[in-house]
Design a protein around this ligand. Structure first.
Ligand SMILES: Cc1cc2nc3c(=O)[nH]c(=O)nc-3n(C[C@H](O)[C@H](O)[C@H](O)COP(=O)(O)O)c2cc1C
Length: 233
């Protein structure tokens, strides 16, 4: 069983809460895994050209071309994204939009696979985790767990954090805030978050090892997607 981890943060791994949480989930699966960072990768959003409808292969030539083979080969995914404006960041959204290529006809390349959704925000990572779950569903990928943590917003280190009125330090602590190292959020110090990432990894590993039935998962996800469409129609 092979798991593909993708960190959608564009920041360096040593400061990215998303990268750290995705790695924690992967390390706890007891499966072989690969962690890919989207930092520095050029991946455009879907342009709806329909070039993929016949063969389920996107024709846009960018860094997703090489990543596609890893996505196809993996049995499960751990995908994480930062919270940008109460949504997942555009880089991760672009990647998941392009998973449209896998959906056509008997697009069973991804159907019935499993996933963990990870989100990290300056306040909370719940929005991106929820959105990743939704985009997983469109490919009949079951989200077995979601993990959300609080990361270090760049405003703590940009140099203007103590006076900027729209910066996270002022929004969290009020005007006149004095930034001290202990107030800068770090997912690795949030024991509840790290425990939930470890539990998510263990659950994913168990689900993969204990007779993972892709057909049954596919049917369950199809029902969920149909319900979602009926509710929103
Ligand atoms: C353009 C931009 C928009 C952001 N918007 C939000 C937001 O709406 N809510 C939030 O909680 N954090 C927001 N943040 C903060 C990031 O989510 C935070 O820095 C997070 O730690 C980034 O993930 P990373 O550590 O994996 O890079 C924003 C950051 C940027 C650069």
């Amino acid at each position: 069983m092979k798991i593909l981890g993708i960190s959608g943060s564009t920041r360096k791994d040593d400061v990215s809460g998303t990268s750290k949480l995705v790695k924690t989930v992967l390390e706890n699966t007891d499966c072989s895994y690969e962690l890919v960072s989207l930092r520095g990768k050029k991946i455009a959003g879907c342009i709806a050209c329909l070039g993929c409808v016949k063969d389920n292969i996107c024709k846009v030539q960018d860094d997703l071309v090489d990543l596609r083979a890893k996505i196809v080969e993996a049995d499960a995914y751990v995908i994480g994204a930062p919270n940008f404006y109460s949504a997942m960041n555009a880089t991760t959204h672009a990647l998941l939009e392009r998973w449209y290529q896998f959906r056509h006809q008997e697009g069973d390349t991804l159907w019935g696979k499993l996933g963990v959704a990870v989100g990290v925000g300056g306040t909370s990572g719940q929005y991106p985790a929820d959105e990743i779950e939704k985009l997983f569903l469109y490919n009949f990928v079951e989200t077995v767990a979601k993990v959300a943590g609080q990361g270090a917003a760049s405003c703590f280190s940009c140099g203007y954090g103590e006076t900027c009125k729209v910066g996270v330090p002022t929004l969290l602590y009020g005007e006149g805030v004095k930034i001290t190292p202990d107030m800068i959020p770090d997912v690795t110090k949030q024991s509840v978050v790290i425990e939930s990432a470890a539990a998510a990894g263990k659950l994913l590993g168990q689900r993969l090892r204990n007779g993972h039935d892709r057909m049954a998962v596919t049917q369950k996800m199809q029902q969920q997607l149909m319900s979602m469409f009926k509710e929103s129609a």
